[in-house]
Design a protein around this ligand. Structure first.
Ligand SMILES: Nc1nc2c(ncn2[C@@H]2O[C@H](COP(=O)(O)OP(=O)(O)OP(=O)(O)O)[C@@H](O)[C@H]2O)c(=O)[nH]1
Ligand SMILES: [Ca+2]
Length: 490
């Protein structure tokens, strides 16, 4: 069947039984320009609408469904702490690089032996100690991505102390670890000692990234004046040689500039307080306490309430005075050995520990200790490292809701009162925040989104499809009407 266009009524011709719609008379030329009759106009309009809807459909489908690269990217960070080194492997989908909550830890490898600062007398070993975990990383990251995968090493308080004590020794340790990392197939980006401020900042970023606090509810985007640092969690990191506290305080102005950080993340401003207390990590604080207690003994014998009843230990005084945390009091002592005997008393331990926190002076409106500024605490805190290890050891990390302080205190109290012979040891830290920063994965502004939201995209696609169907239907009704309709209408 042929469909021919005609300005006059088409006639039907029977040809060999086939019904044909044939073009009849040409329009008559009457001396004036022939006027386009309405079916032709209608056809033009319908054709135009059809083309428009089809173009809109194709354009939307192309821009919305532009193929995005689907590969996974990797990043490696080595946390060279004072007590030991951990290697972390992270992964994220390449196309979502700047979104929140897309980076996942896929591997943690604990380096055997000492922290790298512990190899100051045999620096080669600092590098060799990392080899096992670097091999492990090579197994985790697909081989074809080794060359593009960045690897960073950040050293913390142990190396800060070694640098203060002997700078060239610290440099030699760093060179040794650098040599190992450079020889790996990964893209080595540097090994350095990070500052206490950075450590606090990256710990805070890690905690809030993992808690999803950088995701803003959509409606807040329309009320920018309501956006503030509220809704973030503070971070507490108890390491071996230093401890960090970082949080967004209520007051806008932070009195001490060295404790003040400003971030712009995902289009939002954050004013954050941070401080790293060097020498107040778990191990160094204990040394500090022992050195303080020693000053008041006559013969080097200590009955210490912070160790279990029955615990006995003899240590050389010179081993205690090995770093800048402990002032040079060694020479004044008339004995060379410390005889430590535990008597497990939580309350008395608390009292003796207080001695290492000097709260007698404060040049600011409020202080933590040792004259360090601390604004009033604000909001909830996420505590990790030794805070976690200790709570985990006491079986206090399995509960979903936070454990009340009095319950935690009584668990510690009861554990401390047990005799020594009765006792038989996902990660949060600064490393994820460090990698997010160095790989530019936390943008200052909100990352661009798809041209249309999913709902608008679906709605527009349905609308354009309906327009197409309507145009087709109208065309059919206009040019291929049932006979009865044609008779009545034309
Ligand atoms: N029970 C337990 N203790 C641990 C574990 N890992 C580390 N510790 C101890 O917890 C304290 C803090 O450890 P980390 O947070 O790893 O400290 P670090 O990173 O080496 O030290 P900084 O350089 O000060 O950050 C140290 O006294 C460690 O000996 C663990 O898996 N279990
Ligand atoms: Ca640490």
């Amino acid at each position: 069947m042929h469909l021919s266009l005609s300005s006059s009524e088409p006639a039907e011709a029977e040809k060999g039984g086939e019904r044909t719609l044939a073009l009849m008379d040409e329009p008559k030329v009457t001396g004036t320009k022939p006027r386009t009759s309405w079916p032709r106009k209608a056809l033009l309009i319908l054709g135009f609408l059809f083309a428009l809807a089809a173009i809109a459909l194709v354009a939307m489908a192309v821009s919305q469904n532009k193929p995005l690269p689907k590969n996974i990217k990797y990043g490696i960070v080595l946390d060279a702490g004072s007590s030991h080194t951990n290697l972390y492997v992270y992964e994220w989908p390449a196309e979502k690089e700047n979104d929140t909550g897309v980076v996942h830890q896929v591997e943690v490898c604990k380096v055997e032996g000492l922290g790298i600062s512990g190899y100051s007398q045999d620096t080669e070993k600092a590098g060799l100690s990392l080899q096992h975990c670097m091999k492990r990383a090579q197994e985790v990251v697909p081989e074809q991505q080794h060359r593009e995968t960045p690897v960073y090493l950040g050293a913390t308080a142990g190396m800060r102390l070694l640098s203060l004590q002997n700078r060239s020794m610290a440099d030699r340790v760093l060179s040794a670890v650098e040599k190992t990392l450079r020889s790996s197939p990964f893209n080595f980006q540097g090994a350095r000692v990070i500052s206490g401020q950075e450590e606090g900042a990256y710990g805070w970023i890690t905690i809030n990234y993992l808690l999803g606090n950088f995701k803003q509810p959509g409606w807040l985007n329309f009320l920018p004046h309501l956006r503030s640092s509220r809704g973030t969690s503070g971070a507490l990191d108890l390491g071996g040689a230093s401890t960090q506290i970082t949080f967004a305080p209520d007051q806008e102005l932070i009195e001490s500039q060295e404790n003040s950080l400003h971030f712009r993340l995902y289009g939002k401003n954050y004013n954050v307080y941070t401080h790293s207390f060097l020498c107040y990590g778990k191990d160094q604080a204990l040394r500090l306490k022992l050195a303080t207690d020693l000053q008041s003994t006559q013969n080097g014998s200590l009955l210490d309430p912070c160790f279990h009843l029955g615990y006995l230990r003899i240590m050389n005084i010179s081993d205690l005075y090995t770093n800048p945390c402990i002032a040079n009091g060694e020479q004044q002592l008339p004995f060379t050995q410390l005889h430590l005997q535990g008597n497990g008393d939580y309350q008395r331990c608390r009292m003796t520990i207080q001695k290492i926190f000097n709260t007698s002076y404060c040049p600011y409106s409020s202080c933590a200790f040792n004259g360090i500024f601390l604004p009033p605490l604000q909001g909830e805190f996420g505590a990790f490292s030794a805070f976690y290890f200790v709570m985990n050891f006491l079986n206090l990390t399995t509960e979903k809701s936070p454990v009340p302080l009095d319950k935690a205190t009584s668990a510690v109290e009861s554990f401390c009162s047990r005799p020594w012979h009765e006792i038989g040891s996902s990660d949060a830290g600064w490393t994820l925040g460090y990698m997010l920063n160095l790989t530019n994965m936390i943008p200052a502004e909100k990352p661009p989104t798809r041209p249309l939201s999913h709902a608008s995209y679906v709605g527009l696609m349905v609308f354009c499809s309906l327009v197409l169907v309507a145009v087709l239907l109208l065309s059919w009704l206009t040019f291929h009407k049932p006979k009865c309709l044609q008779k009545g209408l034309i």
